[in-house]
Design a protein around this ligand. Sequence first.
Ligand code: GDP
Length: 195
Amino acid sequence: LFTGPVDFLKGVVAMDGLPPADRPEVCFAGRSNVGKSSLINALTGRRALARTSNTPGRTQEINFFTLGESHYLVDLPGYGFAKAPVPVVEKWQRLLRAYLAGRANLRRAFVLVDMRHGIKDVDHEIMTLLDKSAVTFQVVLTKSDKLGAAAQDKTLAQVRGALARHPAAFPELLVTSSEKRDGLDSLRAIIAGLG
Ligand code: GDP
């Protein structure tokens, strides 16, 4: 689906460090521990690729990966457990806002939500920022293997209800399990189709 290397490109700490906006790009956001690294690794078939984003020093960066020669994949740091000093958090939030509002080639954000937990307040915060930035976002439910069908349906209903207040939300939800490799083909096909 993606021809050419899938690789870590760079970690960006300021807007002038962004790679040229010369190809379509998607970004991944989610609470810490939602399974973002696992999903990116499973999606790209590169084991431990996205661990980079969780290593100290890289947690305040916007991390760019190449998806072959056609797309960029962007890993935004996990939110919700911000233990960093206030000035650091504020600098990061300014960068995130500038990136989301100003990145012309950003086609879609994928907001990861743990299927056991559903949408929480911190998820609403990032979703509101995406609304304001006019970035279409799609919810990706993670760790579906941890739930049976009835519990999955319950979360799906909660998520659908919670998304009603977000104009930038894309209606179709994606159910995934990195462990069982479920839903990854659909996600890949969606990204590849965002020209
Ligand atoms: P991140 O902080 O969002 O990057 O989360 P990680 O990818 O590091 O995953 C957090 C924890 O959830 C780890 O213990 C993973 O093994 C686990 N995990 C991630 N994805 C799945 C999944 O699809 N199924 C199950 N059962 N566990 C998962």
